[in-house]
Design a protein around this ligand. Structure first.
Ligand code: XMP
Length: 472
């Protein structure tokens, strides 16, 4: 049997070209995520339960990328995470959360804790007529059980409100003049149409790269599986106005994924679907032909994956990308290279090989924005990262099998050093990408694909890393 060679990032380097790029600021990092979503940086945060919930997704979209909310929780919890992203930071929050006037202060505090907002508009159950607003200063000193929201709120007649057509400038003036934190938007019947918060207004001006939907809200994706209640989960996510669904299974080139994709597309023809994971051109073709709007490539390259060890299957990641690229090019479908990125140079190689974006898991784990708390171990700070097919992930997911001996893990758990804000990780990656684009004379990510790869030996790998020094 003729066995062909397959390569990954460490096996190759890109050959520098005569560059007409005078500054790293002169390159564009804009790219396609899917048929209809454009990102300002080619980075997607992984749908792992130790990587992406709303905090990570918000940070990613604000920096120009996107986060995919994981599915290892109830559909209600996942939809809530999507809503938190959609409600964040658009100038007008379209479906603001409300509370009824006869809610107790205890109920109010529970709602504050659940959603992480300090105040709510007040209206009756099932109604939209604005009755008032309750903010932190109204209830902060209230410990008793006997008071209700209606007793403490600022009533509608004393509120500053605005109409839907308000401009950013007019909103800024109202906030400054009346020293308010929240501005309810109402219609002619005083029904709630939306809410503007001072925080969102300020943040809107800072986020030049933020990726937003047509209503000015941050974009977000969410993962679903292909068995059980996945269709109801899609319904819940669509209701929360998710921008893209990640149809995510370990072996995406399968009849169950194809059937699920067809079913979702039948019900929601305009909903964008990321399909994967795959590693071959045949898989790419089959999924595109049933409606995939982008493809996720990577079988077993991830930092916490053991699929290749457990099953013997997989394709080294750079070859998988380069094999699939001609199919993506022919159909005009973007590709996300998922897993195995360890350094910024790997991102550049993935894009030069034909990917449009990369998905990062391990490289984002341990940051402030990941779920979970910081743990102290031997005097150092860590966060936990785990493969979604690891033993601990399998036993902690809803409806887990009780018999652990029936689980064959394809991933591991790890402790990763706590590394502060994800912003620092992303800026290191984008700095490396901009520099790489200048070495490759590529003004755009697509132009990187004209660069030549050379295969290197172990000596080349040794030479590439710092050597013959005592590293400080
Ligand atoms: P990195 O290298 O960025 O890879 O950490 C993240 C990607 O790894 C995949 N993933 C898994 N693959 N077993 C696997 O074989 C697992 O338990 C597992 N968990 C995550 C996933 O595609 C992710 O984006």
């Amino acid at each position: 049997m003729n066995i062909r060679e397959a390569l990954t990032y460490d096996d190759v380097l890109l050959v520098p070209k005569m560059s007409h790029i005078r500054s790293r600021a002169d390159v564009s990092t804009t790219t396609k995520l899917s048929k209809n979503i454009t990102l300002n940086i080619p980075i997607v945060s992984s749908n792992m339960d130790t990587v992406t919930e709303s905090a990570m997704a918000i940070a990613m979209a604000r920096m120009g990328g996107i986060g995919i909310i994981h599915r290892f929780c109830s559909m209600e919890a996942q939809a809530r995470e999507v809503l938190k992203v959609k409600r964040h930071q658009s100038m007008i929050v379209r479906k603001p959360l409300t509370i009824t006037p006869n809610s107790s202060i205890k109920e109010l505090r529970a709602k504050v804790k659940e959603y992480g907002y300090s105040g709510f508009l007040v209206c009756e159950e099932g109604d939209t007529k604005l009755l008032g607003i309750i903010t932190k200063r109204d209830y902060i000193l209230e410990n008793g059980e006997e008071k209700f929201v209606g007793d403490l709120m600022t009533s509608a007649q004393d509120l500053i409100t605005a109409a839907n057509e308000i401009s950013i400038e007019e909103a800024k003036q109202l906030f400054a003049k009346h020293k308010i934190e929240k501005l309810p938007i109402v219609d002619e019947n005083f029904s709630i149409v939306g809410l503007i918060t001072k925080k969102d207004l300020v943040e809107n001006f800072d986020d030049k790269l933020a990726v937003k939907d047509r209503h000015g809200r941050l974009v977000v994706g969410a993962a679903v599986g292909v068995t059980g209640d996945y269709m109801e989960r899609v319904d819940a996510l669509v209701e929360a106005e998710v921008d893209i669904i990640d149809l995510d299974i370990a072996h995406g080139h399968s009849i169950i994924e194809i059937e699920a994709l067809k079913q979702i597309k039948e019900k929601y023809p305009n909903l964008e679907i990321m399909a994967g994971n795959i590693a071959t051109p045949d898989a790419a073709k089959d999924l595109i032909e049933v409606g995939a709007d982008c493809l996720k490539v990577g079988i077993g390259p991830g930092s916490i994956c053991t699929t290749r060890i457990t099953t013997g299957f997989g394709v080294p990641q750079l070859s998988a990308i380069m094999d699939i690229y001609p199919v993506c090019f022919e159909y005009g479908i973007p590709m996300i290279a998922d897993g195995g990125i360890k350094v910024p140079g790997d991102l550049v190689k993935a894009l030069a090989g034909g990917a449009d974006c990369v998905m990062l898991g391990g490289q984002l784990s341990g940051t402030e924005e990941t779920p979970g708390s910081v743990i102290n171990y031997n005097g150092r700070q860590y966060k936990i990262s785990r493969g979604m097919a690891s033993l601990t992930a399998a036993i902690s997911r809803p409806g887990a099998k009780e018999d652990l001996s029936k689980i064959t893990p394809e991933g591991i758990e790890a402790k990763v050093p706590y590394r502060g804000s994800v912003k620092d990780v992303i800026s290191k990656y984008i700095g490396g990408l901009r520099s790489g684009m200048s070495y490759g004379n590529a003004k755009t990510i697509r132009e990187l694909r004209d660069c030549e790869f050379v295969k290197i030996t172990n000596s080349g790998i040794r030479e590439s890393n710092s050597h013959d020094n005592e590293v400080l």
